[in-house]
Design a protein around this ligand. Structure first.
Ligand SMILES: Nc1ncnc2c1ncn2[C@@H]1O[C@H](COP(=O)(O)OP(=O)(O)OP(=O)(O)O)[C@@H](O)[C@H]1O
Ligand SMILES: [Mg+2]
Length: 235
């Protein structure tokens, strides 16, 4: 098995002028290829900060982070952007869809940088939307879709580039229970197909969808254990 995420004594300090916030205070963890891991913790515990580092959206203050063996801390902005595009699919709580674009154009965005033809991008975007059950909504703009449907568009966008890693930060935070089940079901399917999934949540019930739960509090890992989820293969 190969290690996808290798976080080694990572700290993150935000310096906002008057006060320094120690958001991460020495986090170490590894995630192997094909694992489904939840990172759980209360508000302000450092989950989003950790996700930004895992997703190469930010770099540690101290410590090391290797993604698929590459040390992210030494990369330039351009290299980080390239790694994000090639290796990671993101799903956020606030969907982060572009409101002026129809669903399929939102989904094709990660492919624009990959240099594929427009026809090929459209074909793949439609296939991804089909996969999340939105084959009949491809021309709808985000404002013409329900919250659950918007999040499914975001999942389609996350998987369209076939990334090895899917990072989801509170993906069900704005959804009702039916849409939550839909999105968790999709993540499970992606995991069953061999994707590595890291799901960030403050809800114990949502974390149970994963095979392993890492708990964080005040910027440190307090426990790291398998769940009794039926997806609990791996590691
Ligand atoms: N850009 C920033 N500048 C300064 N402080 C920040 C910044 N981002 C986060 N923080 C602080 O770092 C700490 C951790 O925040 P973070 O967003 O990682 O928490 P979280 O676990 O994701 O919380 P939530 O469940 O509410 O989303 C908090 O005290 C927060 O105020
Ligand atoms: Mg957060």
């Amino acid at each position: 098995m190969s290690t996808v995420l290798d976080v080694d004594a990572v700290t993150k300090t935000y310096d906002t002028g008057a006060v320094e916030v120690h958001a991460l205070r020495g986090v170490s963890l590894t995630v192997e290829q094909g694992e489904y891991v939840a990172i759980m913790g209360p508000s302000g515990s450092g989950k989003s900060t950790l996700m930004h580092i895992l997703g190469c959206l930010d770099v540690p203050t101290t410590g090391h982070y290797r993604l698929a063996g590459e040390d992210v801390g030494t990369m330039t902005e351009a290299e980080l952007a390239d790694v994000r595009n090639r290796r990671i699919g993101f799903v956020f709580q606030q969907f982060h869809l572009l409101s002026s674009l129809p669903a399929w154009r939102n989904v094709e965005l990660p492919l624009v940088y990959a240099g594929l033809s427009r026809a090929e991008r459209r074909r793949r975007a439609l296939a991804a939307l089909e996969r999340v059950g939105l084959g009949d909504r491809v021309d709808h703009k985000p404002g013409e879709l329900s919250g659950g449907q918007q999040q499914r568009v975001a999942v389609a966008r996350a998987l369209v580039s076939e990334p090895a890693l899917i990072l989801a930060d509170e993906p069900t935070g704005n959804l009702d229970s039916t849409s939550t089940d839909d999105v968790l079901g999709l993540l499970r399917e992606l995991h069953d197909q061999g994707r590595t999934i890291v799901l960030i949540t403050h809800e114990a019930e949502v974390a149970q969808a994963a095979a392993r739960v890492i708990r964080v509090r005040d910027g440190v890992v307090t426990s790291d254990e398998p769940t009794d989820s039926p997806t609990g293969v791996t590691a």
